[in-house]
Design a protein around this ligand. Structure first.
Ligand code: GUN
Length: 293
């Protein structure tokens, strides 16, 4: 029976360590880390995420600002606001919550955030720095997954790591970070011919496919470490007959926990680690900008 990789507990411990470091550094530096979260429009999920990031940044002792802009705002106005924070010496980290309204060019917005303040690591320059192994922010979910593995002393060194999904946010950068940690990486995606065979070779299997139940018991090597990045909302019928939306991952948990050595739950696995990782990025950017080593 697999051991749970408890993201909720681990994220809490990491936030406590970040708070300690923020408190220590704020004693020696002239200012505290300051993160700015920008939301355009009022997509409810974005409001939830931005509120959570704001609250957690405050809790670890950072200064934190939320800018909520109307959905009708013009792109130039948004870029002007970002320019203000790019050039503001007391701001260390900027995040623009996605998705943006369709009249705004997301890529142009991501490119207009100063790389030194790019909390999400969405800027091409920071992706390049990550690929080269240079200091800087890292994509939040992949970095959060590595932090979770580290906490449980699971070292990817020499492992066959198979990733289902090749998104710019998760699959692609995670593979590159695992390669830096000396894993042998395989990326699987919608065109992979024999997905079960590719997965069965994995010592570390990460699913970021967005398909509930895609990874089932027969796809997992005995003793493999299984990380479920899926955040899928599915309708389930309640005992009284009413329908409710439930958050599930990509992995058929009940089957896979019989085979795996470690497994992340959904919820409470990768999700909380992503937010801890965003805070870690804010601390990293702060230290680089303020010249703290
Ligand atoms: N929307 C969904 N996930 C993310 C994320 O990681 N960063 C930002 N900025 N927006 C998102």
């Amino acid at each position: 029976m697999a051991q749970l990789l408890d993201g909720k507990k681990t994220a809490k411990a990491i936030r406590a360590r970040i708070k300690e470091e923020v408190d220590d550094l704020s004693g020696i530096a002239s200012r505290r880390p300051h993160a700015v979260f920008v939301q355009v429009g009022n997509v409810p999920a974005s409001t939830t995420y931005v509120n959570m990031k704001y609250k957690m940044a405050q809790e670890v002792g950072m200064l934190s600002t939320v800018e909520r802009l109307p959905g009708e705002i013009g792109q130039q106005e948004l870029l002007a606001l970002l320019h203000k924070y790019n050039t503001d010496r007391s701001t260390h980290a900027i995040l623009v919550q996605l998705p943006l309204p369709s009249h705004i060019d997301e890529f142009a917005v991501m490119q207009s955030i100063a790389p030194a303040k790019d909390l999400d690591c969405f800027h091409p320059e920071n992706i390049g720095r990550m690929v080269l192994g240079l200091p800087g922010p890292k994509p939040a979910t992949p970095q959060g997954i590595l932090m979770l593995l580290d906490e449980y002393k699971i070292d990817p060194y020499g492992m066959n790591a198979t990733i289902v999904g090749r998104s710019n946010l998760v699959g692609k950068p995670l593979g590159l970070l695992l390669l830096q940690r000396h894993a042998t990486v395989t990326w699987c995606h919608t065109r992979t011919r024999d997905l079960p065979a590719a997965c069965r070779g994995a010592d570390l299997l990460v699913s970021a496919s967005g398909k509930p139940g895609l990874v089932h018991g027969g796809m997992v090597k005995p003793g493999a470490v299984v990380v479920d990045v899926g955040t899928n909302y599915v309708a389930v019928t309640q005992p009284g007959g009413s329908m409710e939306m439930k958050l599930v991952g990509d992995v058929a948990f009940d089957e896979v926990e019989e085979t795996a050595s470690y497994i992340t739950p959904v919820p409470g696995g990768v999700g909380p680690m992503t937010i801890a990782s965003v805070l870690y990025n804010a601390l990293t950017l702060y230290k680089l900008i303020e010249g703290i080593v």
